[in-house]
Design a protein around this ligand. Structure first.
Ligand SMILES: [Zn+2]
Length: 407
């Protein structure tokens, strides 16, 4: 069996394993032929057999794949698979080793003085709001924009659906024009769901289309939602190019979009940098406030995840920390605990527990500095070509090598 075929089959087997252990599939999207689909792969492979097979595959990659970036990408994804299987089969792995092993990034906690600085920025952004206490001003701002339930459903299915079409056009004008070629885009359909552990999710579907789902259990902010569209649409765009490349080359490994590998770091990083890609400059003080709140929330969630998973602190302590330092209501902090806590209600491992690191560090340690350099050196065309025309660049394992042509 060749490397790609073996890889895709193994991703399916690992996916069936994670599904049993956590309820979440390791394969986030699959766009390949039916007979290689994850659900068609064996469901009873033991963790030991999985590890052995992945290690054998890695040896085969080293001898058979002669394109360096492709080989490194595959090896990185395999390495993350090994860590995923070890983790979920009950091996004792520290949280720091888990984050590093899955995502190839170090576990970083934000010092309280860095958080204080962000709070000062938030204070400055909210200067026009009345009230002497920052918390009161944040509450006023947050209340103004709150939306949930039926109103949220209506907003998602009409306004956001329309906005997504506009964002799709912006990608064509501002990004594809640099690439010098275009890609089929059958669009994104907006839907609402309840009972999910996340607030929004982009499900890529074979055939150049996506389903974007929003969790209407969560109280959203109307302004943040406008930002969410850019994030989710970029996920869609990056998968469009992946599907195109897959069709053109037939490289079967690209038919699988795995979770919990170095790929996610870049994927969340590019999604969180979509506004910069599109040159969106908004002359609206509310957006500045929203962004200050967003960053503070990301940072305090990361610290809360470390409290829960590394320091053995309780959910109550993490919720208190997120509401206190992230300037959130207890309800909002409680709502996000499901994503970062080590175990789910039913006692199984929470698959998402290490994921919170991908967004912030994907953007600040990988995508944004490279993008800024490309802008400075007038190399945006080559930046987008490297990013979208070569899917193997899209991993924290290969990123720096793929962009080493930038000075
Ligand atoms: Zn995302």
């Amino acid at each position: 069996m060749d490397v790609s075929e073996r890889y895709v089959r193994l991703c399916g087997e690992v996916s069936n394993f994670t599904e049993v252990k956590t309820g979440v599939s390791f394969v986030d999207a699959y766009i390949g032929p039916e007979n290689f689909a994850p659900e068609k792969q064996p469901k009873d492979t033991t963790p030991e057999e999985l590890i052995h097979a992945i290690e054998e595959l890695m040896d085969q990659v080293k001898s058979d794949v002669d394109t360096p970036l492709r080989a490194e990408h595959l090896l990185g994804e395999c390495q993350s698979m090994v860590v995923t299987v070890n983790w979920l089969s009950g091996k004792n792995i520290s949280y720091a080793d888990l984050v590093r092993g899955l995502f190839n990034i170090p576990l970083k906690r934000f010092s309280e003085s860095v958080i204080d600085k962000k709070i000062e920025e938030l204070d400055e952004a909210l200067r026009e709001y009345s009230g002497s206490e920052l918390r009161d001003r944040v509450t006023t701002f947050t209340k103004e924009g709150e939306i949930s339930g039926a109103d949220l459903k209506q907003l998602v299915e009409s306004d956001l659906q329309t906005k997504a079409i506009e964002v799709g056009q912006m990608f064509q004008e501002k990004v594809y024009s640099f690439i010098g070629t275009t890609v089929t885009d059958n669009g994104v359909e907006y839907q609402t769901v309840t009972g999910a552990p996340w607030s929004g999710y982009n499900w890529y579907q074979k055939g150049f289309k996506s389903l974007n789902q929003f969790n209407i259990d969560v109280t959203f902010n109307k302004i943040s939602l406008q930002g969410v569209i850019y994030h989710e649409y970029e996920h869609h765009v990056s998968n469009l190019w992946r599907e195109k490349y897959f069709q053109e080359t037939g490289n079967l490994e690209l038919a699988v979009v795995p979770l919990h590998t170095g790929r996610c770091v870049i994927s969340e990083g590019t999604a969180d940098t979509a506004k910069e890609f599109l040159g969106v400059v908004e002359d609206n003080p509310n957006i500045e406030i929203d962004e200050a709140l967003y960053t503070l929330r990301r940072m305090t969630s990361i610290n809360a995840a470390i409290m829960l998973n590394d320091e053995g602190k309780s959910s109550e302590e993490a919720i208190e920390y997120m509401s206190e330092r992230g300037y959130r209501t207890e309800k909002s902090a409680t709502g996000s605990i499901g994503f970062i806590r080590p175990k789910m209600e039913d006692g199984r491992t929470n698959f998402w527990a290490p994921y919170v690191f991908t967004y912030f560090f994907g953007r600040t340690d990988f995508v944004l500095p490279t993008f800024n350099k490309a802008v400075e050196q007038d190399e945006l065309a080559r930046f987008y070509q490297t990013l979208y025309l070569n899917p193997y660049s899209g991993s924290s394992v290969t990123w720096n090598k793929a962009f080493n042509w930038l000075k």
